[in-house]
Design a binder for this molecule. Structure first.
Ligand SMILES: Nc1ncnc2c1ncn2[C@@H]1O[C@H](COP(=O)(O)OP(=O)(O)OP(=O)(O)O)[C@@H](O)[C@H]1O
Ligand SMILES: [Mg+2]
Length: 314
């Protein structure tokens, strides 16, 4: 048994002339959070639906728990749960009735189900379980969707834009829950928030118009970028004239330097023209900086640059 829980190999999916996925391969390791990123229509939901067995695919292979699957068996479906992008609960039923309905469908015994509903109600802070779903706010509907997905104790949890349209409190509850769940389960999620992906995801895959254009460990992607693009350093001087003087002195040795008033924004590498080289130039010019701030790049900057380069290079 490999540590890969999911392997998608060269999968393509067409919807009447629209290529939603084109030869996409990904692998997801056990006990990790895997993030699918990409703009609207990139193919994220399509990929999640293939993974959860809701959609068929035209080409390629899907392996889940080391088993090749073209059409998910009932037992495989039980091991995977999806929190869909569009909330799909029974609006006329209460919170409790919704969770109960799905729990019963999983064949959970009455007493165990009662305890489980209470457990998830406490963890997700669902409040009064007698409230009808149609009267709940978006945040509470999302919490109930997650409870419904988790009631059958799945091993893989798929969340499609689960952190969208919810308030900070709900976001905190869900984020903490996902980090805890990772200890025992595998999580695959989509998000438009690169910030959320950076905080939550061990690995990411970036899709663009159905094609995978970047994937890997979140840390490695940022590290690779930083070693190619350098780190940003902000140097503040007493006045703009000193900043201008230093800018002229260093501009041939750094990758990029811009001035904003008395602040220089410099992009440097950690090679021989690194920070100590720049500080030597300042010292030799008999000037001093007032403040220095070293900013390591985040995933947001990596993706932004990547998009600017037409998804070819960073
Ligand atoms: N049932 C369908 N019939 C026809 N085309 C579809 C269908 N589902 C998806 N598509 C098309 O497939 C492409 C990928 O859609 P998908 O919903 O997977 O994107 P997404 O990355 O989830 O986008 P979003 O960020 O908006 O949720 C889009 O061009 C979409 O219009
Ligand atoms: Mg989608």
């Amino acid at each position: 048994m490999t540590s890969e829980v999911v392997q998608i190999v060269g999968v393509s999916k067409k919807f009447k002339g629209v290529v939603a996925l084109n030869d996409v391969s990904i692998s997801v390791k056990k006990n990790t959070i895997f993030g699918l990123l990409g703009s609207n229509g990139a193919g994220k939901t399509t990929l999640l639906h293939i993974l959860s067995g809701l959609l068929s695919y035209s080409q390629g292979d899907v392996y889940i728990f080391d088993e090749k699957t073209k059409k998910h068996s009932k037992s495989l479906k039980r091991r995977i749960a999806i929190v869909p992008q569009k909330i799909s609960l029974y609006e006329e039923l209460t919170i409790k009735e919704n969770i109960h309905f799905f729990g019963k469908a999983y064949g959970i015994k009455r007493k165990e189900l009662k305890d489980k509903i209470q457990m998830w109600a406490d963890i997700l802070q669902l409040g009064d379980l007698k409230r009808k779903v149609k009267f709940l706010s978006g945040g509470y509907q999302r919490r109930v969707s997650i409870a419904v997905a988790l009631i059958g104790d799945p091993e893989i949890i798929i969340l499609d834009e689960a952190l969208v349209g919810i308030d900070l409190e709900t976001k905190r509850i869900i984020t903490n829950l996902l980090i805890e769940l990772k200890e025992t389960k595998t999580i695959i999620l989509t998000t438009h928030s690169i910030h959320d992906a950076e905080i939550l995801c061990d690995d990411i895959c970036f899709l663009h118009r159905g094609v995978k254009i970047m994937d890997g460990s979140t840390k490695d992607i940022i590290y690779r970028y930083a070693s190619r693009q350098g780190n940003k350093v902000n140097l503040t001087f007493d006045d703009f004239k000193i900043a201008e003087k230093i800018m002229i002195l260093i501009q041939d040795s750094v990758k990029e330097v811009t001035r904003e008033g008395n602040v220089l924004h410099v992009r440097i590498f950690s090679d021989r023209y690194g920070l100590s080289y720049i500080l030597d130039i300042i010292r030799n010019a008999k000037e001093r900086y007032k403040d220095i701030e070293i900013k390591k790049p985040g995933l947001e900057e990596v993706i932004f640059r990547f998009m600017q380069s037409d998804y070819t290079n960073i």
